[in-house]
Design a protein around this ligand. Structure first.
Ligand code: BDP
Length: 738
């Protein structure tokens, strides 16, 4: 007896001290403590009637039971026939009631949509969670669980929910040796060495988490690809993962290295129009589909940053993509062909174009503007891609900066389905020591008007296929997931994974609503906690923009690892890898002139957009230095001189982080100690990093502006040379083709 009391005490104190390590993500169901709500839910739910035998339906039923039994603290029996207050799960195939319900309206649920409805069956109250396919039922179950997790009424339910985008995919930049390019949460969760024999519980938990937010595809490998993954030894490993993910509605994709026919096929060429090469890829696809019948297809990075591609053989991106498309087509596979290109060859071609305006230095560089390259290469190919090709475009024209204008390709290729590529991993946003809630950034892009087909031609409507009537559509997020216990390094990184999934399903959801539900599901429903945490989240990305790259500055991170500031770097291998190329600070001012008198990249946008950003006096300060070289002492439309505004922004970024810190630190009673400490310590690091960013950037830019810091400004405590001397040879996430 004494022994068991002792064990109990130890266990109990472990729970108190240990708290929550974040592994359960937003699916750590908790006992409901509000008596009134509990009573309502208990009265409304008596059991589950699950119709159908599939693995997916079984998962749906088990998940629902698990969630309800924990939250409602009672047994949830499985029933054979509808009883009063039972939840009926199923598809028309397995239930007459559901067939009748789905036939009764013009519901257009498609393969993944669902309905949740309070419904009377023979005068018996039921809640029906139904869909055309079992996967829709699983999505419906997660949506129903969300209602209870977030304390919503369930008395009169009538929800119809259909995803707006068809392919909602995570891109893992994971290498076969388990390093992760731009990964800041440990090593890869794919343990290739022990696959296929060992199925880590994480694989199942990963699939479950993704299904809970509607993600239906995963590209397992780095875009800087390794052709080994296409060999039989690896394909059986891929199959093992595909088998785990299938019942959760998740398809597996691989990155295809363009030179694979040479590297693993023994051919002399990878020319996309060569018969042997074509045959090789056809056979490879046949082989893959014989092992993984629902394989999703390929993601290809070609002729970019050293990756081989069709241009190496004098062929176009369309030639390359179409070769894959033909090989995948018989099996229903798709090609996601990346438009992230800034090939050296293209840069050279543009060198004769010299229309720069501000100083000789600016002239040579402004003429070959990396901003323009994707558009220059892809726009002429519009209409040339096969039907199962999606061109995957990064949200902005450069590279996942804290703030970018939308890529001018959106709206410029109406005959081609364009897919969005967001980066969830925070390569350029402070990595995993930074709390930056990215839904506002994703929304900013999705809601941007391209005016390509008149007002209201938003980026979202381009990528969901509705604007130009495409049959396929897609959105990808570069994953921030690793084998850290809490999956994403920073606990709040989970919110970005979550927000990506939610927006991929429905881009109309407000960033605030997503933050709200994430906090409730991850932590609790206590308003004293939710309100301040939501405020922190909603202010966080703007804070990062302010203390890193205000007013439209971009790509001034230290080169290679991109950790911390490096606006002074000017010795990288090619011009457009250098921060000085992007900010162009000189004695006159700062910023990249992309108007007619500069690189004229603005001309790649619709006239309305050109108007919006083309006038230096009217341009939104958020994008100002993206498009204009602005004199230091010019008054901008915020009322301050450019220099003062820059100082003000950097300072306010630091202030916001301090405010986030204080706000969070005061919440220690509202959340378990482990998660509170975790975030508290990281915010401490973030504050130091924000100061580092502000001080070093302003000291450096001051060498050009020669203007004093405005009154009241917190003076840097170190000099510029100190900041310039900092090196981080072992910063995480540096990739390489491994
Ligand atoms: C850049 C990353 C690099 C990636 C590249 C890409 O720095 O590691 O390989 O994008 O998207 O942001 O291909």
């Amino acid at each position: 007896m004494r022994k068991s009391i002792f064990t109990f005490l130890i266990l109990f104190s472990c729970i108190l001290v240990k708290g929550d390590d974040g592994y359960k993500l937003w699916l750590g169901y908790q006992k409901l403590n509000e008596p009134v709500l509990l009573k309502q839910y208990n009265e409304a739910i008596s059991g589950i009637v699950a119709k159908g035998q599939s693995a997916t339906l079984k998962i749906a039923e088990d998940e629902l039971r698990l969630a309800l039994e924990i939250m409602l603290q009672k047994k949830i029996p499985g029933l054979n026939i509808p009883a009063n207050n039972a939840i009926l799960l199923g598809t028309p195939e397995n239930s007459n009631e559901i067939r009748k319900l789905l036939l009764s309206g013009d519901l257009k649920l498609g393969n993944e949509g669902f309905i949740i409805k309070s419904h009377k069956i023979n005068n018996i109250n039921t809640i029906i969670i139904a869909a055309n396919k079992d996967i829709g039922v699983l999505y419906g179950v997660f949506a129903f669980i969300q209602l209870i997790q977030t304390h919503q009424p369930i008395g009169k339910l009538s929800i119809i929910n259909v995803p707006k985008i068809k392919n909602r995919v995570l891109n893992h930049w994971d290498n076969l040796n388990r390093s992760v390019e731009r990964g800041y949460a440990g090593i890869s969760i794919w343990n290739w060495h022990t696959l296929p024999g060992y199925i880590d519980q994480r694989y199942i938990d990963y699939a479950r988490a993704n299904a809970s937010i509607g993600i239906n595809g995963t590209v397992l490998t780095n875009v800087n690809a390794n052709s080994q993954v296409l060999t039989p030894a690896y394909l059986v490993k891929v199959k093992a993962l595909a088998d785990v993910f299938r019942p959760y509605g998740i398809k597996v994709y691989l990155t295809a290295k363009f030179s694979a026919p040479i590297e693993i096929g023994g051919l002399k060429t990878a020319d996309p129009l060569n018969d042997d090469v074509i045959r090789w890829w056809k056979n490879k696809c046949r082989e893959i589909y014989s092992i993984i019948p629902d394989f999703g297809g390929f993601l290809v990075k070609a002729n970019s940053e050293g990756q081989p591609g069709p241009q190496g053989y004098g062929k176009t991106h369309a030639d390359g993509a179409n070769m894959f498309a033909d090989a995948l087509q018989p099996y229903g596979g798709i090609v996601m062909w990346r438009a992230f290109v800034y090939d050296v060859r293209v840069q050279k071609e543009e060198e004769h174009f010299t229309e720069g305006s501000v100083g000789a230095h600016t002239q040579t560089i402004a003429s070959n503007d990396r901003f323009k390259q994707a558009y220059n290469e892809f726009k002429p190919l519009d209409g040339q891609f096969k039907k199962n090709v999606l061109v995957q475009v990064k949200n902005g024209p450069i590279d996942f900066q804290p703030r970018e204008p939308f890529s001018p390709l959106f709206g410029a290729m109406p005959k081609t389905p364009l897919m969005m590529e967001f980066q969830i991993t925070q390569e350029y946003l402070g990595q995993s020591t930074t709390l930056a809630y990215l839904a506002p950034m994703f929304k900013e892009c999705l809601d941007s008007d391209t005016y390509s087909n008149g007002k209201g031609s938003t980026v979202a409507k381009v990528i969901d296929g509705t604007l130009d009537e495409h049959a396929i559509s897609g959105i990808a997020g570069v994953a921030n997931i690793g084998n850290d216990r809490n999956w994403t390094g920073h606990l709040f990184g989970q919110a970005n994974w979550y927000a990506f999934g939610r927006l991929a399903w429905n881009y109309d959801l407000p960033a605030e609503a997503i933050a709200d539900e994430w906090i409730r599901r991850t932590f609790n429903n206590n308003n004293h906690f939710i309100k301040p945490v939501k405020k922190i989240m909603l202010a966080s990305r703007a804070a990062v923009v302010n203390y890193m790259t205000p007013l439209g500055l971009n790509h001034i991170m230290a080169t290679s690892h991109h950790y911390g500031p490096g606006p002074w770097v000017s010795n990288a291998g090619r011009a457009d890898w250098n921060p000085v190329y992007y900010h162009k600070a000189d004695s006159v001012g700062i910023g990249f002139n992309r108007t007619e008198s500069g690189s004229n990249a603005l001309a790649q946008y619709a006239p309305e957009v050109q108007q919006q950003w083309g006038n230096i006096n009217a341009c939104d300060y958020k994008y100002l230095l993206w498009f204009h070289h602005v004199p230091w002492n010019q008054k901008i439309n915020t009322g301050r001189t450019l220099w003062d505004e820059l100082c003000y922004r950097y300072n306010s970024g630091v202030d916001t982080v301090r405010w986030m810190q204080h706000t969070w630190n005061a919440l220690d009673k509202q959340v378990d100690r482990e998660r509170h400490q975790h975030v508290k310590m990281l915010l401490g690091i973030q504050e130091q990093e924000a100061i580092w960013w502000r001080n070093s950037c302003l000291l450096y830019f001051q060498t050009f502006s020669q203007m004093p810091f405005p009154p009241g400004f917190e003076k840097p405590d170190k000099d510029l040379s100190y900041y310039q001397s900092l090196k981080f040879p072992f910063a995480p996430g540096i990739g390489g083709n491994l």
